[in-house]
Structure formats: C-alpha cells, structure tokens
Design a protein around this ligand. Sequence first.
Ligand code: AQP
Length: 328
Amino acid sequence: MGKSAFSGIQPSGDMHIGNYLGAIRNWVVDYNTDESIYCIVDLHAITVPQDPELLRNRIRSLTKIYISCGLDINKVAIFVQSHIKEHAELGWIFQCLTPLGWASRMTQYKEKSADKKEQSSVGLLAYPMLMAADILLYQVDGVPVGDDQKQHVELTRDIAQKFNREYGEAFKVPEPWIRDSGARVMALDEPTKKMSKSGGPNNAIMLLDSPAVIKSKIMKATTDSGREIKFNPEQAGLYNLLTIYELFAPGNPTRPEIEEQFAGQGYGGLKKATVEVVVEGLRPIQEKYAELSKDEGYVEQILKDGADKIRPIAAKTLSEVKQRMGIG
Ligand code: AQP
C-alpha cells in the first residue's frame, strides 16, 4: 500500500481473537512495511492497577504474539511505549491542549469509569491524549484499529488539527483504518457486547488457548433457539459465530456459500466447524510462539532495535512541538 501505519495493544491481559481479527491480522495483511510501527502500550495498561511481574511478562508475550501472527521484523518496528520518553512528554502537552469536554465525552472512559468515577485514575481520563501522542509523534498516514477505537482516532485528529491551527503545521493528520469484517468481534457468552480481555472465562477465545479449551468455549457459546443458519445481525450470537467462521475459513467463502454449506445442519454443525477452523487458524501462531519462547534474548533485541529505529522520529517531532510552543 506504501502507506505508513501506527497501532498498538495494551499488555493488560491475554490476547484474544478480537484483537487478532480487529487489529493484528490487518496490520499483517495490509501494513507489514518498512514504514509501519507497532507499539506495546504499557503506559496505557497502568491506567488500571497491574501486577508488576505479570505486566513485565505480558509485554514480552505480546511482542511474541505480534511476530507469531506474521509481523515481519525485518520491516516493521516493534517497540515498548515506555522505552521512548517522548510519548509521556507529548501526552502531557496534549492534556494541556485538550478541552475537558472533549476528554469526558469519550465512550470508553464513560464505560470503564462508570459506577466508580471517584476511584478511577486521572490516567483513565487522560488515556486518549497519550494515545494521540503515540500516533502523532511518528507522522503516519493511518491507524489500523478495531471499531471500538474509532472515537479515539477521531480525537487524535481533532488534537492534531487544534495544534496545527494554534501553533503552525507540526502534525500529519492520520486516518482511522477500520475494516468492515472483524472490526467488532462479540463476546461468546454475551454476544451483544464486544469480546474483551477482561471478560469472564467464556467471553473470549485466547490466541494461545488449547484445542480443547477452544472447543469448550465455542460449544458453550450463547445462541438463540432457532435452527436456520443465516447471517442475520438481529441474531447476535449466531451472527458472531458465523462471522468468526467466515474470517477463519480457508478459501475465503462468501456469505451465501457459508449459508448454503450449513443449510439443515442446525447450530451444532456450525459450532463444530467453527471449532475446526479456529483451531487450524491458530495452530501456526501457537507453533511460532512456542519457538520464539525458547530464546527470550531474541525478543529483548527486537524491542531494542525497534526503539532505536524510531526514536529519532519521535525526538524530531517533539523538538519541533516544544520550539513552536516556546517550551524549554
Ligand atoms: N472485540 C474486538 N473486536 C475487534 N477488535 C477488537 N479490539 C479489541 N477488542 C476487539 C482491537 O484490538 C486492538 C487493541 O485493543 P486494546 O488492547 O488496546 O484495548 P481494548 O480495545 O480495550 O481491548 P480489550 O480486549 O477490550 O481489553 P480490556 O478488556 O482491557 O478493555 C484495538 O485496535 C482494538 O480496536
């Protein structure tokens, strides 16, 4: 595509097929280039309490997941957000630039702080300004994300435009890049809500789940009491299973082909076939992950190389911002 991308995932839990289908797989297919940058956003993860040892391990695990899913480390840069100090500094500048009204309108903040507004961290409210800093430091063309992050990318654009208006053109204004299919994979046990790292035990299929666990979760997935297999968004559980099947099935079958394939089989047939395609789809990722786990030093080197490659870009952008604002 010849366009530069920036995206990231929080190391706040195990990766699930929503993260894969909504984000990582699109990075691999469409934006696996020299100009693309993929971050492990550890500073975002600490907006809620984290166990230090677990967090350290999850950062390494997520790096291995990125590579196992197919990111080409000879092209893209993979790095840890906290390894480049410019993120926190530009994040602070953006907190000062952003009206409180813009920040408090963010749906994710409202959902995550919901009934515990007084106890939730200031960082949870400031998160989208740090995300804007993550993206804008690297002057990229776009941000490939799942649908739930669209509002944050739009806020990033608003912040870039406000800065450019008030202090002169310092930032490229990036586009949200959201694919139609897989943009919102729903929870297996509650298909009206998105699949999430922090859901219950049967909410999500994790990328490293064993075949037996995948089978158990899919066979228990919530569906209605119907029998006919059609892509009908009104039937949330069935629609979600069909979408997962569609995205993992080899040979890219069309929706009418899938409906025809399962005609008369009932939901049991669809569930069994979905188990098979998901297990087979995740197998190469799991094999590569196991191989990478034999050499943790390799992972550390990738993270160091990634940060070294892009640090100069971040430094240049921040230096221009500070100069334009009269800081320092
Ligand atoms: N269910 C989903 N369907 C499609 N895409 C999804 N993404 C997350 N869930 C789905 C996409 O994955 C990328 C990384 O997300 P994140 O980890 O930074 O934050 P998140 O959206 O808050 O992830 P979770 O799993 O929902 O975590 P918790 O439970 O901690 O809140 C993003 O591109 C996101 O769109």
